[in-house]
Design a protein. Structure first.
Length: 261
């Protein structure tokens, strides 16, 4: 994840009418059938969270979007995370760009299984152990997706000035078979995918591929499935009108054999 890099050398994000807008409201109301196998299992029942998914597809992009939490529960989780999460400070709140250090324009924290380390943009972030709220959200995501996760990167945006620049989550330590599961709590923010061949710069083979723009709602879950992160960059641009905070959690599976201890 090179979001820190891009935040410092970020291109202006322009909104065009071509952008594909997807709102939580568009999600169909149809409820999924409950899996009969779960009926006897109280623990799974507790987390059972059948949700209607919206498929988002483009060339090399495969995502699923859903509202995972009700407003009431999302409010509760947001407030708990505000108390529980300890964000990085000092050197750990900086990124290196061409050898120079910059402050990250948001707060970051990493949690996960013991000893897990995640490295990007010249920083190596050791995961703190899961808090009860993070464990709860992780288990709801697992129940909704059938995927297990051993790590979460948390980004907190105090308002619309905080942002993350264009980057791909393509680190080698990420299990390529596992989607990245992105849970959003707090202020709704625009989230933009741009195809790698459509980015500006000195690309002689630049192609006209429309960006894909989503509005990530309070309580939503976005699943970025393979090969999305190979072909598409994503960003959360500055939105001056947003005055309230947002917390984003990206649950990931790190391949343990590559983990530095
Ligand atoms: O805050 C977001 O929705 C995006 C976070 C992100 O891009 C990342 O964790 O890689």
């Amino acid at each position: 994840m090179n979001g820190g890099v891009a935040t410092c050398v970020e291109e202006n994000q322009t909104e065009t009418e071509d952008l594909v807008m997807l709102h939580a409201k568009q999600i169909c109301e149809a409820a999924f059938e409950q899996d009969d196998d779960d009926d006897d299992d109280d623990v799974e029942e507790e987390f059972a969270h059948p949700i209607p998914w919206q498929k988002i597809e483009a060339e090399g992009l495969d995502c699923d979007y859903s509202l995972l939490f009700s407003k009431q529960e999302a409010d509760r989780l947001f407030n708990q995370l505000e108390v529980e999460v300890e964000y990085f400070t000092g050197d750990e709140a900086q990124v290196q760009v061409y050898g120079k250090l910059y402050n990250v324009p948001r707060q970051q924290a990493t949690y996960g299984d013991e000893g897990l380390m995640y490295s990007f943009s010249g920083v190596h972030l050791l995961a703190r152990l899961w808090t009860p709220t993070l464990e709860y959200i992780r288990d709801v995501v697992t129940n909704a997706t059938g995927q297990t996760f051993n790590f979460v990167l948390i980004n907190r945006y105090k308002d619309g000035n905080d942002h993350i620049g264009e980057h791909r989550d393509d680190e080698r330590e990420l299990d390529p078979t596992c989607p990245i599961a992105s849970v959003s709590l707090g202020a709704s923010r625009d989230f933009i995918f741009r195809h790698k061949d459509a980015r500006s710069g000195s690309n002689p083979n630049k192609r006209q591929i429309k960006p894909v723009k989503l509005e990530l709602a309070h309580g939503s879950l976005l699943l970025m499935n393979a090969p999305t992160n190979r072909h598409w960059y994503h960003s959360l641009p500055v939105r001056k009108k947003v005055k309230t905070p947002r917390i984003n959690l990206t649950f990931r599976r790190i391949i343990k054999t590559r983990v530095k201890k």
